[in-house]
Design a protein. Structure first.
Length: 239
């Protein structure tokens, strides 16, 4: 029984560690995407708008990755994610090659961090309790139940007490499997940080655009105002 409790404790700790890794990687993804979105602001307006839109689309795909349970839908999410990693990377790389400066090098480095964060998340989702650990835990649980049943065959106490151990073991196994499974069961990592970032990015873009337009209007640069204003948001700002 002591050995069984020890093995179950090790597996619970392992499952919780995997869950913590998935939670931390979700937070890391939100931070890297948000930081890169800020960094692309140093690009030229055309490149900044293009990369910014691609990052918002990429962010939506990352949220779907955490909320999608259907395998076929998940395959589509993985395909779209891979494509959206290439496009902003190429755009940032082209801008850095055209004007190689330390500031643009940060943009390229940030894009690499975004891709790396997704790789860490995927690795954490693949990291599970090994089958050998499950087999050992199940074997010891079976032997423990057999020994208790065999040792009590001549005793006359209430037989219902012998159901306690199997029930406790079943609950323990179910809890371990639920925590260790990234998509099945009831306990999941919710993309709270990514969803919060998705709500913040449009507000940040709107505020930044408004400040840029007011600065151009104040300086009397009407040509650049017309270039900058390509949305109804900007029209309301001028109004």
């Amino acid at each position: 029984m002591t050995l069984l409790a020890l093995i179950i404790g090790f597996n619970v700790a392992m499952a919780i560690n995997h869950y913590d890794q998935r939670t931390n990687n979700e937070e890391r993804e939100a931070n890297t995407i948000g930081t890169e979105y800020l960094r692309v602001g140093v690009l030229a307006d055309t490149d900044a708008n293009k990369v910014g839109r691609l990052l918002q689309e990429y962010l939506n795909q990352r949220i779907l990755f955490y909320n999608t349970g259907d395998p076929k839908a998940l395959e589509r999410v993985d395909t779209d994610t891979a494509q959206l990693q290439v496009k902003p990377w190429n755009a940032a790389r082209s801008a850095a090659l055209a004007n190689p400066t330390p500031v643009l090098a940060l943009v390229v480095s940030g894009m690499n961090d975004v891709i790396d964060a997704q790789r860490y998340t995927q690795a954490a989702y693949w990291d599970r309790i090994p089958p050998g650990a499950w087999s050992l835990m199940a074997a010891i649980a079976i032997f423990a139940n057999v020994m208790i049943g065999y040792g009590s065959r001549r005793e006359t106490q209430e037989k219902g007490i012998f159901f306690i151990l199997p029930i406790v073991l079943a609950i323990s196994f179910m809890l371990i499997a639920d925590i260790d499974s990234p998509r099945g069961g009831l306990i999941h990592v919710r993309p709270l940080n990514l969803e919060s970032l998705a709500q913040w990015l449009p507000r940040f873009h709107s505020t930044t655009l408004e400040e840029d337009v007011r600065h151009l209007v104040f300086n009397g640069d009407q040509a650049n105002v017309l270039t900058k204003c390509e949305s109804s948001e900007c029209a309301r700002t001028l109004g």
